[in-house]
Design a protein around this ligand. Structure first.
Ligand code: GLC
Length: 712
């Protein structure tokens, strides 16, 4: 890796330990570099077979060729192809080909990646500043570049274990009785669930860090009551602080200069849910400390997880822009021409209030008393620094605990202390398909703990879409159903009996696989290797490189989700080895079939999903609980096709202590000696393992299951 520094860049914090040496002359083999006014443009020819990967949370495919992408964190509920930016900015790109190269452009303003769009044979990167740091890799294996990027930016966030359970959200469950009713339904219907979300209506007038006491009286007792039933309550936290005299957060923020300013050094004002607000300046260490401490009140009331929203930051409108329209109307009125106002133009102008670039250009940060930074240069850091405020605080105040935190906006590096969700998608099949690619793309930049709103946020969800989305989400570390106000109720019992039964099966499967899913997460996060990977990570053939609607989770599961309506099956590509096709109906039904490598059309009616286990790899399951840690079953089931030898390592911990501080290990070796199986187990910190017995269900090449019991 080589590191370059140009101009005087703002230190984004993406890289934890900066290299000892930065080169000042930007020279990268194969790239033409042009400095034009205040821009740097990097151009490189793409060979026909080059594949371009990376860029994290963006629309489009896994291979990024043929599209433009802009890193400029954007609050948008319309995820359609013309959208060139979403909520996060991850300016890390890999060119996989005869020569494998990678670039991480550590600049938190706008960068335009034209990946063979304007000219199909060229990659052109336009950085809208000359102040930046740039990291460059050229490696024999493209995978090394990804791992090295994750190491450079500090690794991967590990949430608590309960956060791998199913989670239920809606905008909003407005009061304690409604939350109680939802919780009751889960338990009564036997659908496992670990968390219920509190969207903006739990607050008093949308004032951040308040609770509406009418709707949630005795909040602390309520949080405790829910926890006893196995539910974590997760409040939304928005950055905009309502401008209201007497409101403590506002008063403290104002008195201590915690807010971003405008050019006149007045606190910048922007309207979001509460009306006019100020935006905390998270570049200031004092402000992050103050903000971090504001979570304490919730933590003391028993809250253990938060979702940070609206932190691109979203701006509904500002008075600065409003005044312009008023002035226009006033002058038309003064001239007696009010009737001549073009309403369509007026409507466009008002629409442009939302996240107006001119407004972002009015914001200033003051990371230290001597330093003033223009927001436009560090726009993409806002959400990342907001999450950092939380992470720094809990690290200092509760070093012995692990919290759930995920954010809508993010920047490279924030994957080491926070997860993300993919924002306001819709109940569209296209968005289910997009979710498959997004999981892979998010993992390639280290956001393992991430996921989409299951069932879709906007628009109305159909039962079939819900089931197919749930099936995919068994393998999405963040598994949360969320829907917008005004849309059809999306809780699983709101459809029909059959959908309810099938969704229960799917969620129970998730809980059955949880020890394995969680263990793999820990293992892959520990070695900075993507947990969810495109096929081309593991296989070198051309078809693997082209397959974007399947992915690999951990050591040995390949998932082929159904993402079209009315599908009875789909084509599946199985590379290289033999695979055990598990036509999953429920966790109990583990009849599997051996398939040879190649292309297969496989039937997959709605009650099934297509999951494949690679030859000579093993997975583990346990009897599903109603919430994580409810009973801690003492039997672990191991399954897989073993033709030679397979090894499975299960990492387990309490799930709430700092990651990797209390791991115990169960290791299982299975050897096939002419279809006679030798099983060996090894343990580290055996007393802490929840399991006492292992039941191995090992398939041989004849398709027979060999059941072997073993005590640990
Ligand atoms: C934003 C969030 C969404 C939330 C809504 C209300 O649109 O992305 O998840 O429900 O705000 O808070």
């Amino acid at each position: 890796m080589k590191a370059f520094r140009s101009g005087k860049p703002f230190s984004t914090g993406a890289v934890v330990e900066k290299p000892a040496k930065f080169l000042s002359k930007l020279e990268i083999s194969g790239f033409k570099i042009k400095v034009k006014d205040v821009q740097i443009i990097l151009t490189r020819r793409l060979a026909p077979d080059d594949i371009v990967l990376g860029l994290g949370e963006q629309l489009g495919g896994i291979n990024r060729r043929g599209r433009k992408y802009i890193t400029y964190c954007t609050d948008t509920p319309v995820h359609i192809p013309e959208q060139l930016s979403l909520y996060g900015a991850h300016p890390f790109i890999i060119i996989k080909g005869r020569i494998n190269q990678g670039l991480f452009i550590d600049y938190a303003g706008e960068i335009i990646f034209d990946v063979g769009f304007t000219d199909k044979d060229f990659l052109e990167i336009t950085i809208t500043s000359t102040n930046l740091e740039l990291y460059y890799w050229k490696e024999k294996l493209w995978q090394t570049i990804v791992t090295s990027y994750l190491e450079l930016t500090g690794g991967v966030y590990v949430p608590p274990r309960w956060a791998f359970g199913y989670q239920q959200c809606r905008w909003s469950y407005p009061d304690a009785p409604k939350v109680t009713e939802i919780a009751g339904k889960f338990r009564q219907l036997g659908i496992p669930c670990d968390a219920i979300y509190l969207d903006i209506d739990y607050m008093d007038n949308y004032k951040v860090f308040t609770v509406d006491e009418q709707k949630f009286p005795e909040f602390k007792e309520f949080v405790g009551k829910m926890k006893k039933q196995g539910f974590h309550l997760i409040p939304i936290i928005d950055p905009g602080v309502k401008i209201e005299d007497g409101y403590q957060v506002y008063e403290e923020g104002k008195a201590n200069h915690h807010f971003c300013t405008d050019i006149n050094n007045e606190d910048f004002q922007a309207a979001v849910w509460p009306g006019l607000t100020h935006l905390p300046d998270f570049t200031r260490p004092e402000t992050r400390k103050w903000w971090g401490e504001l979570y304490d009140n919730f933590i003391e009331m028993g809250i253990e997880g938060f979702w940070n929203d609206m932190n691109e930051p979203a701006i509904f409108y500002t008075d600065y822009e409003k005044e312009k329209i008023f002035a226009q109307l006033q002058s038309a009125a003064d001239a007696g021409k009010i009737k001549d106002i073009n309403l369509i133009h007026l409507q466009w102008e008002i629409k442009n209030f939302h996240n107006n670039r001119e407004d972002y250009r009015r914001i200033y940060h003051h990371p230290s008393p001597e330093q003033t930074v223009w927001h436009d240069d560090i726009h993409n850091l806002y959400g990342a620094k907001m999450a950092l405020a939380f992470a720094e605080h809990v690290q200092e105040k509760y070093p012995e605990r692990r919290f759930l935190i995920f954010s809508r906006s993010s920047y490279s590096g924030s994957q080491r202390y926070s997860g993300i969700w993919y924002g306001d998608n819709k109940s569209w099949w296209e968005h289910l398909e997009g979710n498959i690619k997004m999981l892979v793309n998010a993992n390639l930049v280290g956001y393992f703990y991430s996921g989409a709103d299951i069932g879709g946020f906007g628009d109305n969800c159909h039962s079939e879409l819900m089931l197919r989305w749930l099936q995919l989400s068994v393998f999405s570390p963040l598994m949360r159903n969320h829907a917008a106000i005004g849309t059809r109720q999306q809780e699983l019992w709101e459809f029909d009996q059959q959908t309810l039964n099938q969704s229960r099966n799917i969620i129970r499967l998730r809980y059955a696989l949880l020890p394995w899913l969680y263990s793999q997460y820990l293992e892959y996060a520990g070695i900075n290797k993507p947990l969810i990977r495109p096929l081309m990570w593991d296989f070198e053939d051309a078809q693997s490189a082209d397959t974007e609607d399947q992915f690999i989770y951990g050591d040995g599961i390949m998932v082929a989700p159904i993402y079209h309506s009315n599908s009875r099956g789909r084509n599946v590509y199985l590379p290289e080895s033999r695979w055990l096709a598990w036509n999953v109906r429920s966790w109990e039904e583990r009849d599997m079939q051996i398939l040879n490598p190649g292309n297969h059309y496989l039937e997959c009616p709605l009650e099934k999903q297509l999951v494949f286990l690679r030859e000579n790899t093993l997975i583990a399951l346990q009897e599903p609980e109603e919430f994580v840690g409810q009973r801690n079953p003492d039997t672990l089931f191991i399954t897989g096709l073993v033709t030679e030898q397979a090894n499975l390592k299960i990492l387990a911990d309490q799930g709430s202590e700092p990651a990797y501080s209390g791991i115990s290990v169960l290791e299982i070796d299975v050897e096939n000696k002419n279809d006679y199986f030798i099983i060996k187990t090894k343990t580290v910190k055996k007393q802490q393992l929840p399991w006492k017995h292992v039941v191995c269900e090992i398939y041989d090449l004849n398709g027979n299951t060999n059941i072997i019991h073993k005590d640990i």
